[in-house]
Design a protein around this ligand. Sequence first.
Ligand code: F6P
Length: 575
Amino acid sequence: MVNLSSGHGKRPTVNAQPSPIDAASTDAWTKLEAHAADLKPDLRRWFDEDPGRAERFTLKAADLTVDLSKNLITDETLALLDELATSVNVTGRFEAMLRGDKINVTENRSVLHTALRRPRGLEPLVVNEQDIDADVHEVLDRVAAFADDVRDGNWTGVTGKRVATVVNIGIGGSDLGPVMVYEALKPYVHPEIEVRFVSNIDPADVYEKTADLDPETTLFIVASKTFTTLETLTNARLARTWLWEQFSARGIIDDTDAARTGAVAKHFVAVSTALDKVAEFGIDPTNAFGFWDWVGGRYSVDSAIGTSVAIAIGPDRFAEFLGGFHAMDEHARTAPVAQNVPFLMGLLNVWYTNFLGAHTHAVLPYAQYLHRFPAYLQQLTMESNGKSVRWDGTPVTSDTGEIFWGEPGTNGQHAFYQLIHQGTRLIPADFIAVANPARPLKDGGIDVHGLFLANFFAQTKALAFGKTEDEVRAEGTPEEIVPARVFPGNRPSTSILAPELSPAVVGQLIALYEHITFVQGIVWGIDSFDQWGVELGKKLALEIAPAVSGDGLALADQDPSTRSLITTYLEMRQD
Ligand code: F6P
């Protein structure tokens, strides 16, 4: 591992959390190193010699069937990973999260996204004398009532017209979750309501998303946990100005503060933990939906941050979506490690990252509706586990945080699969597919979804078993290009199959990856719930902004490269 950290001594613990257990010092780790050194991956032979392999390594988690058999693992690998999980107390940390311990150490917070999807009627979850279930369901009920009002046309704009377009303004977790789920559940969306998502501070984003909208039928949701995020607040102000200008140009509102406030009241709602800042922005707090500091941004789509989704698919479907999360939570909480899909997938990621030298991990949904899932996972996994210090401030003792990436199949097949099949790098890949398509079209008599999934099955097969020189030659390939046409195989993949892309299954998939991410964080001893690494750039952008606007002193204050870049920008800029 390259040492990229600046070196830290032992730090006092921030709260009463126990120090992380150093996984790299455990016996299990040493045994895994020896096991990896001895391992000669041979999926062809492993399957030939072990007819039960596929069945033994295929597990169920809620509605998901997960085939781990095409991974570079043996029974011994799994036994050692299980031992590693025990050594670092994965189960204990998971339970600590569920009961509300402040495992987000550097922010001194509980991590309770699993409480967002607890159904009514369970033994109440009380943390610091706060009835978490009651708080959650109070907000959920308000979100559901609001969603119904918008869907039924009871919520109208200033001119009495019902909402046709909802524009969610947010970024990071306040965008990626809702947009990914909205796209995933398109077949369930209200036929007369469209949701759009504005995130980038590039003004092109808000411009393009509003240019063709009718302000009378548009509702903006400003979604921001902190309600301080530069991008979101800038876009919210731009949207508010757009609304006012459109209304005044049409003679719908007068040029008075009262008229403008009235327009905002009917066309803006907010989702935030900072309801005071929502009020400062001019949104009536009765039109705001709260959540809590124990919900991380990238773990928040199942909180009020999902309001746009609740409007789109309706409260009943949203409840099914939450039910899916809970089903996966229950699986993770109750299944022994050897049968626990998120735990095993997290441990496998550790296996590939720390013992087999993988740096990246592909996620390849064979479901067009999941086209934003890899982007969503990038924040979930990389903002969570891209850390080089542990939760007690000491340096990590192994590599952490692999790079997640992907595109939907089959598009990826015609782009980057070449490298996965024949490149020099080991890239574990998760393939995700559903059995029943939302759009079962036929080409002539042929079921196109079947053809699509034939590709899914073919790719994992090709990756695992490859094609030998002899097989290539037997096809009559000219000798000089035989090497180029050989597929080495032993490229690991996990296949995830669900009956259909229902709201519940989407919830299950998200919870699955949330728990995979956490398990990796536990092994690495890091706080998977803070994100200090995004702060420096945000602060510098504010410091640099005056230089970009022509403040000579601020420009002079910059390092030579930054100064030169800004100067070049100012010279190029024409207005
Ligand atoms: O990028 C950092 C971050 O804090 C993310 O963790 C978060 O999801 C995003 O910014 C948006 O934050 P907020 O919801 O507070 O606007």
